[in-house]
Design a protein around this ligand. Structure first.
Ligand SMILES: N[C@@H](CCOP(=O)(O)O)C(=O)O
Length: 468
């Protein structure tokens, strides 16, 4: 399998190079030339298979080098040992045909661990094989940062710099990043929004001199390996509910569009998915884009689901690329228009293609609180505020099509957002003891203004790859 940039002007790469490259040099995102097909008998054969083995089977066709394919089973086996649930991603039913896929049993209590624990191992192996160092820079609205830090802390070949929006993540999310003492971890509180942080990150990737000097690598879902690792739980949960013999729908709380894109990849590999339902909070660019055909970010609104306080959803570019029949010029024109005039129109055939597979729904603050209270009252189940948007959207889908099961992705543990939970149900969920103890340490972070040059200088001064 080889990879091409959505914008068509960067070198075509093998998987291991894509893993280290992050964003393509032309500003596009890497995508595989084709999605590997999984035959119905091979989907059925995943029933009862341990999660790590299923991951190795499903991810292998995306790798280019034979040696990397050979190393994969050991990497997936190691990646999921730190999870607190034997099933890794268990399903819980909370209403008729409504299931919650619990993706928060990893070390940082969010779905990001499912991919990041594997990515850390894959990247480290490639760096060792090539005798290289890397400087990982990541942008986070709350969960990616902690997961990346946990996956890369203490690794001798890697320095990690995480940019988060100052004052816009929960206390638990912040402490998960700032109480880590390892010297290769640097946490930057950016005076801006997540979109500002991600914009800086993308500009750093397009600054060839900086990119080469620090051996820049990325772990956001701009990195294809993140998306591919997240595709696995769509298969395992779909199979648990009867795939390939039965269709299922998925409701996915969405900010940067990486998680729901992983569902789209699973569908294009052969998993029988009826609908992919995008759930957003008040930051509703995706719901508006699907409804109107105009992709137009507005100012970011702060909500009780901070990880989704995003207006510029990076991975929408990969979907748009496919929806435009992989026309690089159309992608370049759309994203140039976004840069220059702040919006682009989705061409009619592309919009129809997207609407054929996706629904979208924006869930407001009051509805989110109401959904947390309802699921607790009716099912005795505590949803985190992000998951609540997904469950709300799943209920709306079930009202239209009660016969097809809907799996709502539970993206984070409720204990990461105690205030939101207390507001809805009157008490705070407990953090798992091991994590609570870790968060007690002193905090270490640097506040930087929203300025690319300041951030670049901060990183250059500290990145060991730059000094080598
Ligand atoms: N919601 C994310 C934002 C970054 O998303 P990613 O999937 O591209 O890493 C977060 O919690 O940080």
């Amino acid at each position: 399998m080889r990879y091409l940039s959505t914008r068509g002007e960067a070198a075509q790469l093998a998987f291991d190079d894509v893993l280290l490259a992050g964003l393509a040099t032309d500003g596009g995102l890497y995508a595989p030339f084709a999605y590997p097909h999984v035959a119905p008998k091979d989907i059925a054969a995943l029933a009862g298979v341990p999660y790590a083995d299923a991951a190795a089977r499903l991810i292998a066709p995306f790798l280019t080098e034979e040696a990397s394919r050979a190393a994969l089973p050991a990497q997936t086996a190691a990646a999921y040992t730190s999870f607190r649930h034997r099933a890794i991603a268990p399903l819980t039913q909370i209403a008729d045909n409504l299931f919650v896929l619990e993706l928060f049993h990893g070390p940082t209590l969010a779905f990001k661990d499912l991919a990041m624990q594997l990515l850390g191992r894959m990247m480290n192996d490639v760096l060792e094989k090539r005798n290289l160092r890397a400087t990982i820079v990541g942008a986070t609205s709350g969960d990616t940062g902690a997961a990346a830090i946990e996956a890369f802390r203490g690794l001798p070949r890697v320095d990690v710099f995480i940019l988060y929006p100052h004052g816009r993540v929960s206390d638990v999310q912040r402490r998960q990043m700032t109480t880590v003492a390892d010297e290769n971890v640097h946490t930057i509180a950016l005076q801006g929004t997540f979109d500002d942080a991600q914009n800086i990150l993308k500009r750093l990737f397009r600054n060839q001199t900086f990119r080469e000097r620090v051996c820049l690598a990325g772990v956001n879902s701009i990195n294809w390996a993140r998306v591919v690792a997240q595709m696995v739980y769509y298969f395992t949960s779909g199979v648990a509910l009867g795939a390939p013999h039965r269709h299922v729908s998925f409701a996915v709380p969405t900010g940067n569009f990486g998680d729901v894109l992983a569902g789209y990849i699973a569908k294009h590999m052969g998993l029988p998915i009826e609908r992919l339902i995008v759930a957003t909070n008040a930051n509703d660019i995706l719901a508006r884009a699907l409804a109107t055909g105009r992709y137009e970010p507005r100012g970011v609104t702060q909500t009780q689901s901070p990880s989704m306080d995003i207006q510029l959803s990076s991975n929408f570019e990969r979907l748009f690329f496919d929806a435009c029949a992989r026309d690089h010029a159309a992608v370049r024109a759309a994203f140039a228009s976004l840069d220059q005039s702040g919006a682009f129109e989705i061409p009619a055939p592309a919009l129809s293609a997207i609407r054929a597979e996706f629904d979208a729904m924006s869930v407001g603050e009051a509805e989110t609180t109401d959904e947390i209270a309802r699921s607790w009252r009716d099912a005795g189940y505590v949803l985190d505020p992000h998951t609540a948007t997904g469950v709300r959207a799943a209920r709306a889908r079930l009202a239209q099509d009660p016969a097809t099961p809907v799996i709502a992705l539970s993206t984070a543990h409720p204990a990461k957002f105690p205030e939101a939970i207390e507001r809805a149900i009157g008490h705070r969920p407990r953090l798992p003891d091991a994590l609570a103890a870790k968060l007690e340490g002193p905090e270490r972070f640097t506040v930087l203004e929203n300025d690319e040059a300041r951030v670049a200088a901060f990183i250059s001064e500290r990145a060991r790859a730059a000094a080598a």
